[in-house]
Design a protein around this ligand. Structure first.
Ligand code: NAP
Length: 288
């Protein structure tokens, strides 16, 4: 990464490190008080190499934070009914405090039905309709991890959101849509863009805060960044490239996430923090 940019970095690695250290301390305290360590079950269907890597990464980080990780690997040919059955069993298992179904699952599976089999109190990845509704109403519940990580990063750098124009490019159920809801809850004026948006550049140019969640390498160029904007790049494309062209955007932005080292580590940190919180609630140490 060159130093030609004017923007300060939104350093996700550093903040995530602090959150994970805090999780480790809380997990140890839960273990001391109850004799049980927090347990995260990860469910992986098939052997997609990227998904296998993500699950392994999440398990390694969990174990380093003192969270037990239980891995359920199912064959690619698993049916919706079988997957729903496996997740329901985890939802009913008192030894499991959090459940993560690695997204995306094979196309023949009804992913929404599988997500909805996760008990709300164990939905530490924030993927169920219950979690989305609670988050949108500002009620207690677990946040979708990547949007939750973005909000913690913005808070850490004291980014003012009230009255600002936040533009979210992307509207997926686990990223773009919940990111917009959380920004709205913090009194930003939110615009969503997506594949049918007309003249996307003119909308992006109005953004005081831009969240890119598209899945297309260097899709947003610096020419479209408003001078002084805060740029959050959630994109993670092959070759460690984000959805924003970092070099040209960093010249105009005031704050910008690096890729990697921005949103990615925050996602895992929020997953661990929510797993520890779920365990504390289920083991009677904390209220909702
Ligand atoms: P997704 O489900 O494929 O959604 C992509 C969104 O981008 C959709 O809403 C789509 O619009 C929109 N889009 C696609 N092409 C567009 C275009 N030409 N113009 C405007 N909008 C366009 O992807 P996702 O799961 O949200 O992930 C987005 C990115 O974030 C990916 O790079 C992914 O790897 C990354 N990601 C990172 C993390 C992390 O931890 N850092 C976690 C999750 C995802 P339509 O709705 O109209 O199709």
């Amino acid at each position: 990464m060159t130093t030609s940019h004017a923007a300060r970095l939104l350093d996700g690695t550093r903040l995530a490190g602090r959150i994970v250290d805090d999780c480790a301390a809380r997990a140890a305290s839960i273990h001391r008080q109850t004799g049980q360590a927090p347990c995260l079950a990860t469910v992986l269907v098939g052997e997609d190499p990227a998904s296998v890597t993500y699950v392994r990464m999440k398990q390694n980080r969990s174990e380093k934070a003192g969270i037990i990780s239980r891995r359920i690997t199912l064959p690619a040919a698993t049916t919706t009914q079988e997957l729903v059955g496996a997740i329901t069993a985890l939802s009913e298992d008192p030894g499991v405090h959090g459940i993560l179904l690695q997204h995306p699952v094979a196309e023949h599976i009804d992913e929404r039905a599988a997500f909805e089999a996760i008990a709300p109190e164990k939905d530490v990845d924030g993927v169920t309709m219950h979690s989305f509704a609670a988050m949108s109403f500002g009620l207690p519940g677990f946040q979708s991890c990547t949007p939750g990580g973005i909000m913690r990063l913005l808070a850490e750098y004291q980014v003012e959101l009230a009255g600002k124009h936040a533009v979210v490019v992307g509207r997926s159920p686990i990223l773009g849509k919940p990111a917009g809801m959380l920004l709205l809850d913090r009194d930003a004026t939110v615009t969503y863009c997506h594949s049918r948006t007309v003249d996307l550049g003119s909308i992006v140019r109005q953004a005081d805060v831009l969240v890119a969640a598209v899945g297309r390498p260097r899709f947003i160029h610096g020419d479209d960044i408003k001078p002084g904007a805060v740029v959050v790049d959630a994109g993670y494309n092959p070759g460690n490239v984000g959805d924003v062209d970092f070099e040209s955007a960093a010249v105009r932005a005031s704050l910008i996430t690096p890729v990697p080292g921005g949103v990615g580590p925050m996602t895992i940190a929020v997953l661990l923090a929510q797993t520890v919180q779920a365990a504390a609630i289920q083991l009677g140490l904390e209220d909702h």
